[in-house]
Each structure stands twice: as structure tokens, then as C-alpha cells.
Write a protein that binds this ligand. Structure first.
Ligand SMILES: O=C1C[C@@](O)(C(=O)O)C[C@@H](O)[C@@H]1O
Length: 221
């Protein structure tokens, strides 16, 4: 099982968009537009971004779920609609989907917990509501007592991305091997606890994959 490797890239100034070309060897590049004080400026770059549309995830992370700068809801709704109309893959929080009826088909529906853990039922309800139509249902839990058990209990569900936001990268690798659809790493600087450099992540999973496939082929000789 090899997850899709995502390289998260903070866009702190619009010129950072041109660094996309440095990370095209990753499976996907996440543009964290919440690092822009004025994310509306992205409108001037749709034609440029369109060249890499199949490699991009666009994220306007809510400040309450780990985002950098506060984003006006009205502007976020408008920008998400523009991303949708242009066929971009975006990451949108469950709360925002529900509050503004945001289209989520083939998009990343996400929820992040930093100060407390939800109940297993809350997470199962989210997964069941979105797993059929979303690109993936992403659940990120901070390293709070019980987070590994809670995340592990969700591995039986299809189309999930499970992220243990602890300081131990090995835990991310473990969930990547056990079925998480996406594996989040960093392109230029770590954006969350436990993130690995994306090239390292690709090396690790390629190596594991090589061992598994070669040992399997030996067994069948
Ligand atoms: O939601 C996620 C996961 C993440 O927070 C992480 O822990 O790797 C990194 C974010 O950029 C991304 O949008």
C-alpha cells in the first residue's frame, strides 16, 4: 500500500507560486494559501496555476483548524467557488462545507483537532457522510492521549486520509502503509508536527514498496 505523497507548500507571497516547478516530482503539491495575508491575489494567477492543475491541492485553512491568517468567510466562499468552476482540487473543512453548502464531490473534506479529541462516533458519522463522493475524507488529530487508538479504529473505512499530528514521523509512515490515501509531507518547511521532507517520504515508501514486491516475487519462485 503506497499512499499519495503530498508536499505542503506555504504561499507567503505570490512569488512563492513560481516555486511549484521545484516540487513537481511529488505526487501532489498542496498550496497553503492561508499563508497569504490577502489570498484574493490568487485570482491573478489562475492561468499560471491551470498549467499544473493535476498536481495541485488548494487549501485555505481555517485559522481554527491550523490556518495561518484569518480568512473572511465571504471571500473564502467566493474563492472556493472559483476553484470549483476552474476544476481545481481543493481541501475544505467539514464545518465550512456544512455552513455554506460548499460542493465537495471529488474534493478533500477535512477536519482537524488540536486541543481535544472527538468521539469515534463523530468521526464515523463524518466519514460515512462524505466517503462516497469526496476525493478523500481527511482526519488529523493532535498527539492527545488516545489519538492513535482513535485513528487506528478508522482504518477499516475506505477513502480516508488519517494524520497523527504527533512529533513522531514514524506514526505518519505507519498510517501511510496501513491505508491512509494521502501522506502529508513538507516541500520547503514543516507545517505541522511530524511532517517529513517530501523527497524523504517518497524514498521511504518507494523503498518499502520495492522490498514488499521483491520479497513477494521471491516467495512465488
Ligand atoms: O490538513 C493538513 C494536514 C497537515 O496539517 C499535516 O498535519 O500534515 C498539513 C496541512 O497543510 C494539511 O492541509
Amino acid at each position: 500500500m503506497k499512499p499519495i505523497i503530498v508536499a505542503s507548500l506555504p504561499i507567503k507571497k505570490v512569488e512563492d507560486l513560481y516555486s511549484i516547478e521545484k516540487f513537481l516530482d511529488s505526487d501532489l503539491i498542496e498550496l497553503r494559501l492561508d499563508y497569504l495575508k490577502n489570498p484574493g491575489i490568487i485570482r491573478d494567477y489562475y492561468d499560471y496555476l491551470n498549467r499544473y492543475k493535476n498536481k495541485l491541492i488548494i487549501t485555505l485553512r481555517d485559522k481554527n483548524e491550523g490556518g495561518k491568517y484569518e480568512i473572511n468567510d465571504e471571500l473564502k466562499v467566493k474563492l472556493i467557488k472559483e476553484f470549483y468552476d476552474r476544476g481545481f482540487l481543493y481541501d475544505i473543512e467539514v464545518l465550512f462545507v456544512k455552513k455554506y453548502a460548499i460542493p465537495y464531490e471529488n474534493k478533500i473534506v477535512s477536519v482537524h483537532y488540536f486541543s481535544s479529541l472527538p468521539t469515534k462516533k463523530e468521526l464515523i458519522d463524518i466519514i460515512n457522510e462524505y466517503k462516497e463522493k469526496a476525493y478523500t475524507v481527511k482526519i488529523a488529530l493532535a498527539g492527545i492521549k488516545g489519538y492513535k487508538e482513535l485513528l487506528s479504529s478508522l482504518l477499516e473505512y475506505p477513502n480516508v486520509t488519517l494524520i497523527p499530528m504527533s512529533n513522531n514521523p514514524a506514526e505518519r509512515i505507519a498510517f501511510g502503509m496501513l491505508g491512509s490515501k494521502l501522506f502529508y509531507s513538507y516541500a520547503s518547511e514543516p507545517l505541522a508536527p511530524g511532517q517529513l521532507y517530501y523527497k524523504r517520504a517518497m524514498e521511504i515508501f518507494n523503498y518499502i514498496n520495492e522490498i514488499i514486491t521483491s520479497s513477494f516475487s521471491i516467495r512465488t519462485l
